[in-house]
Design a protein around this ligand. Structure first.
Ligand SMILES: Nc1ncnc2c1ncn2[C@@H]1O[C@H](COP(=O)(O)OP(=O)(O)OP(=O)(O)O)[C@@H](O)[C@H]1O
Length: 270
């Protein structure tokens, strides 16, 4: 009998696996024995009252805080073994920048590319191109040369999203990304992240207090509750499809590609 474990369908792979995690600040417990998993192509909305520990949890996931007990795996590896940090884009809770902060928007966005090995290298043409693409995606090309501190809160938030996008992340972790952003920009932003979720194979973990947005995209009821936290989850396509193999996904991608090509030929002809 074949004793090999059955291979998981592609998009059922755990991207984040939080197992029995507890954390306290100076002996004051924030969460106890939390476990959940985020699978590839999930969009997870993390909801909870003020002080429930949402930011603390995100900071543990991205390695800025260490759980007191329990483990967190990323892309199947423990955080100690994990080296693919550039696969993760993280936008922390809104910061307000001192208007005198010297970096320009372009420099802030570019800094998303730097890790220890790149810090002292010259910026390549390819890196510049990535930066321009990220600025373009967030529609802030015209602000690129401005000092980040001169921007409005919403514009700063876009710059931080561009910074998170520059590495073309597989996982985007957002902590209340639309706080302080006007309604129109919020709608544009949600439209963009939904598009990224449905068409660009990005997995999302997002803290938000915007229940209208959460319900409209992720449904009325939480899929899971752990401690004081509620998780609203939507997979990027019908889960039934995932019972198939990778082939379903490949076919879907081929179909989407061919639709896009048809659309671009049609627009070229007209
Ligand atoms: N650096 C810190 N030192 C001590 N206590 C902290 C620290 N950061 C957060 N806390 C406390 O830990 C608890 C959880 O904070 P956290 O910021 O994770 O909550 P949250 O769910 O993100 O809240 P909010 O919705 O208000 O952003 C709160 O009681 C908070 O006061």
């Amino acid at each position: 009998m074949n004793s090999l474990p059955m291979q998981q369908p592609f998009c059922h792979q755990n991207i984040i696996e939080v197992s029995n995690v507890s954390f306290a600040y100076q002996q004051k417990p924030v969460m106890e024995d939390i476990s959940f998993a985020v699978q590839e192509r999930d969009f997870v909305g993390l909801i909870g009252s003020n002080g429930a520990g949402k930011t603390t949890l995100l900071r543990m996931i991205v390695g800025l805080l260490k759980p007191d007990s329990g483990t967190i795996k990323l892309f199947g590896q423990t955080q100690n073994d994990f080296s693919g940090w550039n696969k993760i884009g993280y936008v922390p809770q809104k910061n307000s920048f001192n208007p005198l902060f010297p970096a320009t928007v372009r420099e802030v966005v570019m800094s998303g590319l730097y890790n220890r090995s790149k810090l002292f290298k010259r910026v390549s043409k390819a890196d510049q191109l990535k930066c321009e693409e990220a600025l373009h995606a967030m529609k802030i090309e015209d602000l690129a040369a401005k000092r980040i501190g001169e921007l409005s809160g919403g514009q700063q938030q876009r710059a931080f999203l561009a910074r998170a996008l520059i590495n073309n992340p597989a996982l985007l972790i957002l902590d209340e990304p639309t706080v302080g952003i006007d309604v129109e920009t919020q709608q544009g932003f949600f439209h963009l992240i939904k598009h990224m979720h449905q068409h660009h194979n990005i997995t999302f973990l997002m803290v938000s207090h915007d229940m209208d947005m959460i319900r409209s995209y992720l449904g009325d009821r939480p899929t899971r509750e752990c401690g004081k936290l509620k998780l609203y989850v939507k997979h990027s396509h019908e889960l039934e499809d995932c019972r198939e193999t990778n082939l379903t996904h490949s076919l879907r991608e081929l179909r989407e590609l061919s639709d896009r090509e048809k659309a671009s030929v049609a627009s070229w002809k007209s």
